[in-house]
Design a protein around this ligand. Structure first.
Ligand code: MG
Length: 387
């Protein structure tokens, strides 16, 4: 770290995770310092954030939007970069210690790749990076001295719980799932779910894509794959339990039967902060658990019939290779189709499975091959929607 202050780049700073990351930074004066911010389309908001945090760089990752935006309110001394190249350039700056990777979807992979290539610590909120290219990304981090710390609440919990014992003594990792807003729905009721229903998550406030993923439980499927690569775990050691209160963020079971869990109210500021300050812990702004109030914690097994995404996630975690990239892209396209009203809720997962089954599987793909398949899978879903 540079001196006593950790210099932070927040990529995707206008999104839900990005804004929470800036709250964490704002609440830790003298410890964390913003040196770069990026946004894709919300450039007005980006300028407002630049005025508050005075970064050295801002990146408008959509070059066209950058070109037509009026930048007169950008603070003096703040350098403007544009496009994907701007992102890849900024994360390599020597004064950056930690990159918060909060760009949504597969668009986040290249900048995360560059940050790891430059040996940075990446606070990874973008699970697509590991879903798409887990083996390649982990290998790059190892070779270049980069480090990935999870921001996903479940993976942060696993990362914390793993510190309670030796790796060879871990029996399994159990990811908790809220079950989403449709936990108790019948199959018939699920088929009539609207976009508004799917965006109304019971415990977490999130963007539209991840809210739909949570409702289909595809989010948990992607998290199984993420955990498989991040912690180098065979998929059969990764289980899912439904826990509607979202207070226990995940659990690790050791060989002696001891189960270690991490608990906190559902608030992304805690995993973000831990990834920024690790191995230190600071008081911070995240909500705290109040055990003077009675608190009920429920756990139940997931229903694989109503939520077939989980099974798909296990299969893709086992297959590796190109399967993660295809699933991720197919799901992004299918969710976008659902949000536009072109696909019903219960068609999202079958569309993903159909595209996965049609693709030419490769066990050792290159990064460029993954991007080709990403584009291919999106088109295939388009065809699935039309027929
Ligand atoms: Mg999560």
């Amino acid at each position: 770290m540079t001196g006593t202050r950790t210099n932070v780049a927040v990529l995707g700073s206008t999104g839900s995770i990005g804004r929470s990351a800036l709250e964490v930074v704002a609440a830790s004066p003298g410890l964390l310092n913003v040196v770069a911010l990026s946004a894709h389309r919300e450039l007005e908001k980006l300028v407002e954030q630049a005025r508050q945090f005075r970064p050295k760089w801002v990146v408008a990752s959509d070059a066209d939007a950058a070109g037509s935006h009026d930048w007169k309110d950008l603070p003096k001394g703040c350098q403007l970069l544009a496009g994907a190249a701007g992102l890849e350039q900024v994360v390599r700056q020597p004064e950056i210690d930690v990159v918060v990777a909060a760009i949504v979807g597969s668009a986040g992979l290249r900048s995360t790749w560059s940050a790891l290539d430059a040996g940075k610590r990446v606070a990874l909120a973008n699970k697509e990076t590991l879903v798409m290219g887990g083996p390649l990304v982990m290998q790059l981090a190892n070779e270049r001295g980069g480090q990935i710390l999870p921001v996903d609440s479940e993976h942060s919990a696993v990362f914390q719980a793993l510190q309670a014992g030796r790796r060879e003594d871990v029996r399994r990792v159990i990811l908790t799932a809220s079950g989403g807003p449709f936990r108790g729905y019948t199959q018939e009721r699920l088929s009539r779910v609207t976009v508004a229903d799917a965006l109304n998550h019971p415990t977490w406030r999130m963007g539209p894509k991840i809210s739909v993923d949570s409702a289909t439980m595809m989010n948990k499927a992607l998290e199984i794959i993420e955990a498989r690569w991040l912690f180098d775990l065979p998929p059969e050691m990764i289980d899912v339990v439904v826990h509607p209160q979202s207070v226990v963020h995940s659990l690790v079971e050791f060989v002696d039967g001891s189960v270690v869990a991490q608990l906190s109210p559902p608030d992304m500021k805690l995993p973000i902060q831990y990834a920024l300050t690790y191995p230190e812990r600071i008081a911070g702004v995240a909500a705290k658990l109040d055990l003077r109030q009675s608190l009920q914690l429920d756990f139940e097994p997931p229903d694989h019939d109503r939520f077939p995404a989980l099974q798909l996630g296990q299969e893709v975690a086992r297959e590796g290779g190109t399967a993660g990239a295809v699933l991720n892209a197919a799901n992004e396209a299918a969710v976008a189709g659902f949000l536009r009203g072109e696909l019903s809720f219960t068609e999202i997962v079958p569309a993903c499975r159909s595209v996965l089954e049609q693709h030419d599987f490769e066990s050792q793909p290159s990064l460029e091959r993954l991007f080709e398949l990403d584009a291919w899978a999106r088109e295939e879903v388009g065809r699935w929607v039309c027929t």
